[in-house]
Design a protein around this ligand. Structure first.
Ligand code: ADP
Ligand code: GLC
Length: 472
């Protein structure tokens, strides 16, 4: 089957979060099972671009409203990612170092989508599946079916939209509807939601199948999806939750190139101890205490705003009972608060503000516990990486966290779960973690148990194949 993934992110080409991890791995494992999966994404100015060789594959031009834009499709020469990688270069629009947060993101991602379809429309054949990811490519199903320039050839190609996060929807004011290539006007309703063009809503209406990244999140979307609740209720017949996998070749404590000390489940106690020592030395923390880490975007969705008060409350009340290490970037107020605390808690706390892939791997390996108080967590990959590295997850019961972490109070439980993203619940969970830490036998059993859980892509890949089969 020829499967075309269209995405704004793909690890290691360009990553802001878990979307990149999924798009960097799912196609690779699809190729391993005999499919021909490809990824098309924007060409940003990233390190990957400079470190790899590319061939010019195609050239074309499009209109974004009245603006004429030339595009070039380049292909990575050596197939280093295990699948064909195509980048869309639109000079002056996509070739920036940062993926998102530009004033003209609407123009950038609409132009990207038009260029992708313009190119696919020029092929001699049609692919079997178009698989879009999140709102940056969610206008594609509409455009394939209703834009005059594309529909003759592309309308019959089955399309899938995977929603990694429904909080962000790609809203476009109706005054910019002329960006979309000419379409049947009476189809406008398929683009709109509550008075705007809403890219994600359009994708949900027009894609042949809609998936999201865990079953619990699929259910939650019907009552909590940033305004799209009714739409998810109407369209539930074509929606399905498929839990993400992880790339065991990248996330493997036995081979991880970012780690100084490798370990397996057999050597986990010693291995984690050594990695913890490295981390603690680096940040002036005391390795004898349980180390609790947070890694992620510092935004409300991740409940990062409750971190400062929660950590302060733990460190003031429990004194020297544990240490915290934070890695993240996001809202400036939260960044500032977390950074200020670096001066207050001596060897019990450190926050690193920024994005640091190497450090994140070392934190999964060296930490005792990973805290994820997320208000919304469609799947969450951090807790899956933590499991693989023998780090006990402390999570709020929501979305994918709920589907992948079982509280230690349950039979064969291996983590800590709580209900509310509040200082009180986090405090109470940290207390439970510290108590558990006093019991090395329990910790050792848990680490081994967690590391043996199979969240590989191999174990879930068939779920996608089944979705494709249903619509082909
Ligand atoms: P989301 O995609 O919502 O941010 P996920 O849990 O699915 O959440 O994935 C987050 C991914 O981004 C993980 O690979 C995590 O290790 C990584 N990550 C998040 N923040 C940082 C950071 N500041 N530095 C390094 N890696 C990070
Ligand atoms: C999103 C979600 C996260 C999920 C990731 C990959 O960014 O916030 O929960 O794991 O996508 O699907």
């Amino acid at each position: 089957m020829e499967i075309i993934h269209i995405s704004a992110e793909c690890y290691p080409v360009a990553k802001a979060g878990g979307l990149a991890d999924v798009v960097g791995a799912l196609p690779k494992y699809q190729c391993k099972t005999g499919h021909h999966a490809k990824v098309i994404m924007p060409m940003y100015e990233t390190k990957f671009l400079l470190q790899h060789e590319f061939d010019v594959h195609a050239k074309g031009s499009i209109y974004l409203g009245p603006t004429h834009l030339d595009y070039t499709i380049i292909k990575e020469k050596n197939n280093t990612l295990g699948f064909d990688l195509f980048l869309v270069d639109i000079k002056g629009l996509l070739d920036r170092t940062m993926i998102y947060s530009h004033a003209d993101d609407i123009e950038r991602f609409v132009a990207f989508q038009i260029a992708v379809l313009d190119w696919i429309n020029s092929w001699e054949h049609v692919p079997d599946i178009i698989h879009c990811h999140d709102h940056h490519s969610a206008l594609i199903p509409f455009m394939m079916q209703h834009c005059y320039g594309f529909k003759n050839k592309l309308a019959k190609i089955p399309s899938v939209l995977t929603i990694h996060n429904a909080q962000y929807q790609g809203w476009i004011g109706l005054d910019k509807s002329f960006y979309i290539p000419t379409y049947d006007n009476w189809k406008t309703g398929l683009l709109e939601w509550e008075g705007n063009i809403n890219s994600l809503a359009s994708g949900i209406k027009c894609a042949w199948k809609v998936t999201t990244v865990s079953e619990s999140y699929m259910n939650e979307l019907k009552w909590n999806s940033n305004g799209l609740e009714k739409l998810f209720e109407y369209e539930k017949g074509k929606c399905i939750g498929i839990l993400n996998g992880i790339d065991n070749e990248v996330w493997n404590p036995q081979t991880d190139s970012f780690l100084k000390h490798h370990f397996s489940s057999r050597t986990v106690t010693n291995g984690k101890k050594k990695n913890k020592q490295v981390l603690c030395n680096q940040f002036g923390l005391d390795p004898s205490k349980p180390l609790i880490v947070f890694i992620g975007r510092l935004v409300g969705e991740k409940a990062a705003d409750v971190l400062p008060d929660s950590i302060m409350s733990c460190l003031y009340t429990m004194k020297d009972a544990c240490s915290f290490l934070i890695l993240g970037s996001g809202e400036s107020q939260i960044e500032w608060q977390l950074q200020q605390m670096n001066h207050q808690f001596g060897n019990n706390y450190h926050a690193v503000i920024g994005y640091n892939e190497a450090l994140s791997h070392n934190m999964y390996a060296g930490a005792d516990f990973l805290l994820m108080p997320s208000r919304v967590e469609p799947c969450g990959l951090n807790q899956l990486y933590a499991l693989r590295y023998g780090t006990i997850p402390i999570v709020r019961s929501t979305g994918g966290l709920q589907d992948t972490v079982k509280d230690m109070g349950e039979n064969e439980g291996f983590g800590i779960r709580f209900n509310n993203a509040t200082v009180r619940d986090i405090y109470y969970s940290v207390e439970r973690a510290i108590e558990m830490y006093q019991n090395p036998k329990q910790i050792s059993w848990m680490r081994k148990y967690m590391m043996a859980i199979d969240h590989s892509w191999e174990s879930v890949i068939n779920n996608y194949a089944n979705v494709y089969q249903q619509i082909i």
